[in-house]
Design a protein around this ligand. Structure first.
Ligand code: CTP
Length: 207
């Protein structure tokens, strides 16, 4: 099948030398792209900046901002059979990035932030995607109930939910422990290398 994967953080510019980002390493999304390519799928990986090597046999688009990631996804999603949105997309971006480097002064500095578009949340409606849709949920509390809300709100077939308050799993870690939340059931996935979770997710595409 043809599979689109988003991965990594986004960078939202404040001025020419500064940006807002997050702790995503991209490891989970890259592991999914790698596992899917090994399973014989045709994979397009759309990623924010990471230090990772692009997996062999995977088509790749590098983006920087949430807005660029949205445009890349919108251009390619219609021809896909399945999509996994593993990117940690910025929810807010500076309203007006400064054209020149912001100079310090004695006064406090406030940044006005505006919401970015929810890429996963646009897949079913604005982008008209009808394939198998997988989202991630990064939660610090009420993991399963918050994930179930995201499953319904974003029209997903599966939400992979992580407790990101733990430092041994999730963001920037090699291992992950997750709840696989479907409309009719929840399956726990015990703590294991991200590669193992990636293989499990790929095995469930189209289920
Ligand atoms: N996501 C996205 N575009 C955004 C924000 C999130 O595609 N602008 C996707 C992520 O890739 C992930 C899912 O939405 O698959 C959930 O991300 P998460 O940060 O857990 O949730 P949010 O929808 O941002 O909600 P909140 O931060 O309020 O929990």
């Amino acid at each position: 099948m043809k599979l689109l994967v988003t991965a990594g953080p986004t960078r939202e510019p404040i001025d020419p030398v500064r940006y807002l980002t997050n702790r995503s390493s991209g490891k989970m999304g890259y592991a999914i792209a790698d596992a899917a390519a090994h399973a014989g799928h045709c994979v397009l990986l759309i990623s924010g900046p990471t230090t990772l090597d692009v997996p062999a046999g995977v088509d790749f688009i590098l983006v920087e901002t949430a807005s660029e990631m949205f445009s890349a996804v919108a251009a390619h999603l219609p021809r896909m059979d399945a999509a996994v949105f593993a990117a940690a997309v910025a929810d807010y971006t500076p309203a007006t990035p400064a054209a020149q480097k912001i100079k310090k002064s004695g006064d406090p500095l406030s940044l006005e932030l505006i919401k970015t578009k929810d890429i996963l949340g646009s897949a079913r409606g604005e982008l008209g995607f009808t394939g198998f849709l997988v989202g991630f949920a990064a939660e610090t509390e009420n993991v399963e109930s918050n994930a179930r809300l995201k499953l319904a709100a974003k029209g997903c077939d599966l939400i992979v939910a992580n407790d990101v308050s733990r430092s041994d799993i999730g963001f920037d870690a090699h291992e992950n422990e997750a709840l696989l939340v479907f409309a009719d059931r929840t399956e726990p996935f015990p703590k294991a290398p991200k590669h193992d979770l990636a293989i499990r997710i790929v095995s469930m595409l189209g289920e």
